[in-house]
Design a protein around this ligand. Sequence first.
Ligand code: SF4
Ligand code: SF4
Length: 121
Amino acid sequence: MWTKLQNTPRKRAPRKVAVVDPDRCFGAFACSICQAACPVEDCIVEEKDANDRWVCAVRIDKCIGCGLCVTIGNPTAPGKRDFGCPADYDAIDMVEYGDVVAAVESEVGADAPAESESATA
Ligand code: SF4
Ligand code: SF4
């Protein structure tokens, strides 16, 4: 298990959260660089995509919007980082939090609690 700096509940939602495009993800377990980069415990999880392939997904109730998992050079992420998703895949973008919540809600139904859902594009 990776050592993480933060395992306390987030105080408020960030402006943007990370979203993984499962079609561009090389594959959870095979890569997992994003999980190594993320400072928040259990924020990036493994999930099966529509093709039954294990990919990484970001929990929008945990993400603090730091952008450390995003490929170096990807303009959606703020700040300096030493590494992130490999450039060959560039599978993670930072997306407005409200847009992600709306997308998840429309996918799972308005009654489902969006805060507990993970975000894949
Ligand atoms: S932006 Fe990426 S590294 Fe930062 S908390 Fe969210 S998922 Fe983790
Ligand atoms: S770093 Fe990128 S390619 Fe690797 S597992 Fe994470 S999202 Fe997938």
